[in-house]
Design a protein around this ligand. Structure first.
Ligand SMILES: [Zn+2]
Ligand SMILES: [Zn+2]
Length: 346
C-alpha cells in the first residue's frame, strides 16, 4: 500500500510500505478520509519527545472495513474512529474521566500506533472494545465525519465548563477549533458568540464559509474590550475561550471576562510562550480558568451525533481536499493559515 511516512522533521515521503495484516479478532480498514489537524502539523515539524520515526500519522479517520474478525464491525461497514484510546483500568478511567487516562494510547500521533495517512489501517480487538469506533449510517458522507474528532475535544471543553444558555461567549481564533466552539455554543443555547481573529485572511475565510460575528482584531485590542462591555451592559463576557496557540490571548481572555465568569485555555502554547496572567483579576473577580484536553468515548459519540444529524454542518469546515501524495502541500497550506479544515480524501 501507499502511505505518507514521516522519517524526520519535514521529511515526509509518499512511499510503498507493507500493508498491515488484519490482527486476530481485529479489523483492517481501507481509509476513506483523514483530516489534517494542527497537531499533525506540529508532528510534521519535529513533534515531541514522544515522536517515534518512521511514523504514519493522521488521527481523524473514516474508513471502510475490508477484513474483519470482529463481528460488530463486519466487512463493508464504514467507521468513524475516535483516536483517543483509554485503558479502562486506571484511576481516571474507573472514575469516568477517560480523557485523562494515565495509559492513553493515541492512534496516528507518531507515538507508535500507525494512523490514517495510509491506504489501510489495522486495529486490534482491545482498541475496538473501548467504544471509540462507531458505524457511520448510510446517507452520511464519511468524509464529513472526520470533523467529529475535533468537535469532540470542543464539546468536552464546553460540557466540563457548563457552557449552556449564556448571554455572550467570546472565542479568540477563527481556525477549526474557534469556529467549532462558536457553532457548538450556539447549539447549546448561547445567545451570542463572537469570534476574534487577528489574521484578516483567516477571518475572511471563516466569513466566506458562513460563520457569523467575526471581528478582525487582536484579543488585546481596546476596541474589542469596548465591544464586549457594550454587548453586556458593562459586565464582560460570560465565557472567553482562547482557541489559539498564544500566551497573550490567554492573558487577554481574563481581561474580557465578567465577574464570576469563565475562561477556557483550549490548545497548547509553544514552550516558553507563557505570559504573566492578571491573578488579581482572577482573585477579585472570582474568575475560573479551565483547561481542556481530548474527550471520552461518550463525548465523541455525542459530537459525532451532531455531525450525523446535520445539527453541525461539517461541510462548512472542510475548505481543502488533498490526495495522499500531496499531504506535504496540505501541511504547507495549513502552516500559512489558509484553511479551516483540510482533509486527505482517498
Ligand atoms: Zn485532531
Ligand atoms: Zn485509563
Amino acid at each position: 500500500m501507499y502511505a505518507a511516512v514521516l522519517h524526520g522533521p519535514y521529511d515526509l515521503r509518499y512511499e510503498e510500505v507493507e500493508t498491515p495484516a488484519c490482527p486476530p479478532r481485529g479489523i483492517l480498514i481501507k481509509t476513506i478520509a483523514c483530516g489534517i489537524c494542527g497537531s499533525d502539523l506540529r508532528t510534521y515539524g519535529g513533534g515531541s519527545s514522544k515522536t517515534i520515526y518512521p511514523a504514519i500519522s493522521g488521527h481523524e479517520i473514516a474508513g471502510e472495513v475490508v477484513e474483519s474478525e470482529y463481528p460488530a464491525f463486519p466487512v463493508g461497514a464504514k467507521l468513524s474512529i475516535a483516536p483517543v484510546i483509554p485503558c479502562g483500568r486506571c484511576w481516571y478511567c474507573t472514575n469516568g474521566i477517560q480523557n485523562q487516562c494515565d495509559n492513553m494510547r493515541m492512534i496516528g500521533t507518531a507515538e507508535g500506533i500507525a494512523g490514517g495517512f495510509a491506504e489501510y489501517v489495522a486495529f486490534s480487538q482491545d482498541m475496538l472494545d473501548t467504544g471509540c469506533f462507531t458505524i457511520i449510517p448510510d446517507g452520511v458522507d464519511p468524509v464529513d465525519t472526520v470533523i467529529a474528532e475535533t468537535a469532540s475535544s470542543v464539546l468536552n471543553a464546553q460540557i466540563n465548563t457548563n457552557i449552556v444558555m449564556e448571554d455572550l461567549v467570546v472565542v479568540i481564533g477563527s481556525g477549526t477549533i474557534g469556529c467549532l466552539h462558536s457553532e457548538i455554543a450556539g447549539i447549546r443555547g448561547v445567545k451570542e458568540t463572537i469570534i476574534v481573529e487577528m489574521n484578516p485572511d483567516k477571518a475572511q475565510l471563516a466569513r466566506d464559509r458562513g460563520f457569523k460575528n467575526i471581528y478582525t482584531m487582536g484579543s488585546g485590542d481596546p476596541e474589542l474590550k469596548k465591544l464586549v462591555l457594550e454587548k453586556t451592559k458593562g459586565r464582560g463576557a460570560d465565557t472567553v475561550i482562547s482557541a489559539c496557540p498564544a500566551g497573550q490571548a490567554q492573558a487577554d481572555a481574563i481581561n474580557l471576562t465578567r465577574k464570576r465568569g469563565k475562561v477556557i485555555f483550549f490548545g497548547g502554547i509553544p514552550p516558553k510562550g507563557g505570559v504573566i496572567l492578571d491573578t488579581n483579576a482572577i482573585h477579585y473577580k472570582e474568575i475560573t480558568i479551565y483547561g481542556a484536553s481530548a474527550y471520552s468515548p461518550e463525548v465523541n459519540r455525542r459530537a459525532l451525533n451532531l455531525v450525523l444529524s446535520g445539527q453541525l454542518d461539517a461541510k462548512k469546515y472542510i475548505t481543502h481536499r488533498y490526495e495522499l501524495k500531496d499531504l506535504a502541500k496540505g501541511f504547507e497550506d495549513m502552516g500559512k493559515g489558509k484553511m479551516i479544515k483540510g482533509v486527505v480524501v482517498f
